[in-house]
Design a binder for this molecule. Structure first.
Ligand code: NDP
Length: 288
């Protein structure tokens, strides 16, 4: 059976068109566009690419973006000073610090220095806590992108057994919480899960966020399962996911490709979060 491809590029384009309309409406109402500040510290090539993609995406939808590119040796106090300024500025509604950081900077402390209302990555403990307890919050972009891709592709989540492989704060844990909120029965696996295949074979929806190229193979997946591959790995100059597409796709009911699956959704959700943050900061009733 031909698997159904969950086309992240197409759904991200829809989301971006909607965000662009929201940006226009926001601009008409408040006289300025939502503003996103991106802080990039050091010269990690992958981070530079991600930041460039975020800038381009902002431009496409009319969000004003400002990139602060700091040297790798920037002292923590200078980063905190910049964050304090950005926290105060009325033209900046979203603040994102591109991870990973150079080793002398404590990522958790830096995330906690971002005003939670402007934390468009959704990593601040206030947003994490609200996500866990079901309050209004900014939801991390990749997990929000996964759910949006499933929902807009007409895949129902309620009552399904969702297995999430990976328990990072950025992807695995928030993805599990979002699936739980939508009434899936959720199992979370990690590096100490003894027999991963026994668990993954039970999944109606399998979300894989590990960072190991093609580790999920066909025999680990139930016939007809929906497979979401979050992984981005570079192997011999080519991008591959955590799922072995060649053996998994023939068994899956639906599957995300890499590239072109979750990646574009992540950027689209950053834009959506920025507009949401701007509306909330402006006290707009449409925000929730
Ligand atoms: P982390 O390295 O933070 O987490 C990886 C998780 O995988 C950990 O929970 C780890 O378990 C688990 N793990 C490692 N080895 C195994 C194993 N053999 N079996 C089962 N679980 C295992 O990664 P991230 O969550 O940040 O990212 C995961 C992948 O997603 C990466 O490839 C990353 O590049 C990609 N990514 C893609 C994005 C996109 O937009 N498409 C956005 C963000 C990430 P333990 O906790 O026990 O160590």
């Amino acid at each position: 059976m031909e698997p159904r491809i969950l086309d992240g590029r197409a759904v991200a384009a829809q989301v971006k068109a909607e965000v662009a309309a929201e940006v226009r409406a926001y601009r008409e109402r408040y006289g300025e566009p939502p503003g996103l500040a991106v802080i990039l510290i050091g010269d990690n090539p992958a981070s530079q690419t991600y930041v460039r993609n975020k800038e381009t995406a902002c431009r496409e939808v009319g969000i004003a973006s400002a990139v602060y590119h700091l040297e790798a040796v920037t002292p923590a106090e200078s980063v905190y000073r910049l964050l304090r300024q950005l926290n105060e500025r009325s033209d900046i509604h979203g603040i994102l610090v591109q991870l990973p950081l150079p080793p002398h900077l404590d990522p958790q402390a830096i995330i906690e220095a971002i005003r939670p209302e402007k934390d468009v990555d959704g990593f601040h403990p206030l947003n994490v806590g609200r996500l866990a307890t079901g309050g209004p919050c900014l939801v991390p972009c990749t997990p929000r992108g996964i759910i949006t891709l499933l929902e807009r592709s007409g895949i129902s989540i309620r009552g399904k057994h969702a297995v999430v492989v990976g328990r990072s704060n950025i992807v695995g844990k928030p993805a599990a919480l979002l699936l739980l909120q939508r009434d899936a029965t959720v199992t979370v696996c990690h590096s100490r899960t003894p027999d991963l295949a026994i668990v993954t074979r039970c999944a109606d929806i399998l979300v894989v966020a590990v960072g190991r190229p093609q580790m999920i193979t066909g025999e680990m997946v139930k016939e007809g399962a929906v497979v979401v591959d979050v992984g981005i790995n570079r192997v011999e100059g080519k991008l591959v996911g955590d799922v072995d597409f060649a053996t998994v796709a023939p068994r899956a009911g639906a599957i995300t490709p890499v590239p072109g699956g979750v990646g574009p959704m992540t950027v689209a959700m950053l834009l959506a979060n920025t507009v949401e943050a701007a509306r909330r900061l402006a006290g707009s009733p449409e925000a929730d």
